[in-house]
Design a protein around this ligand. Structure first.
Ligand SMILES: [Zn+2]
Ligand SMILES: [Zn+2]
Length: 227
């Protein structure tokens, strides 16, 4: 820990993103309670599958081929995901990115890909000041020695928060919300999309569809949790 971090800790003692107790950004108890997700179901229809790959039926319908979630969803994880979305939590990122790498080594490992975060729309970015998905994706990619690109995929229009919508509204809400910049850099490339949580999968799938249309060979997703 450097002198600035020590001073910051003194002025603003770290509080755990899981339980709010002072002392660390993710306390030992919360970290110990996180269970690795088994990734043994198709992410869309929940039929049994291997390593989070989509079943054959869903592969015909969705642009993603695999979704890997790092930890199993529970009340604790819900709180962590909420905190990392709305709080300034850059210091807990290395701890949580290590969980992503563990999951990646087990379920994705040998696959060489370019890591791309789900972008925020410029207006949302101005409002929030940071894109937590990009912070996580960059840290994950650095540790996993994968290329990181946040200049390939952009959000072309602001969408409503998916959490407030019903399933069919979520699909419509994100339709055409992304565009691929620099499509020459996407051509025949395998992309690993990152978002903090997979719920209906509409956002990740729409981003994947955009990248596939631009020529990406394969698009998979890595998320912190499966909501
Ligand atoms: Zn805690
Ligand atoms: Zn399926």
């Amino acid at each position: 820990m450097n002198i600035i971090e020590t001073m910051l800790d003194f002025l603003f003692p770290p509080t755990c993103v899981g339980c709010g107790n002072e002392g660390s950004w993710v306390c030992a108890e919360c970290l110990g309670s996180l269970k690795q997700h088994t990734n043994d179901r198709c992410p869309f229809c929940k039929k049994s599958s291997v390593r989070g790959f989509l079943c054959l039926w869903c592969r015909e319908r969705y642009a993603l081929s695999q979704v890997i979630a790092a930890v199993a969803w529970d009340e604790h994880v819900r709180r962590i995901v909420h905190t990392i979305k709305f709080g300034s939590v850059s210091l807990c990122i290395p701890i949580l990115a290590a969980l992503l790498r563990d999951a990646w080594h087990v379920y994705g490992g040998e696959w060489n890909s370019v890591v791309v975060p789900i972008p925020l729309h410029a207006s949302r970015m101005r409002e929030r000041g940071f894109n937590q998905a990009a912070l996580f994706a960059r840290e994950f990619a650095r540790g996993a020695c994968l290329q990181y690109r946040d200049d390939i995929l952009i959000r072309t229009r602001a969408t409503h928060a998916q959490a407030e919508l019903a399933r069919d509204e979520r699909l419509r809400n994100v339709e055409g919300a992304f565009a691929c910049k620099k499509s020459e850099d996407v051509l025949d490339v395998s992309v690993l999309l990152f978002d903090d949580v997979f719920t209906s999968g509409s956002t990740l799938n729409e981003a994947a569809r955009t990248l596939r249309n631009a020529g990406a060979r394969d698009v998979r997703a890595l998320t912190f949790a499966h909501g």
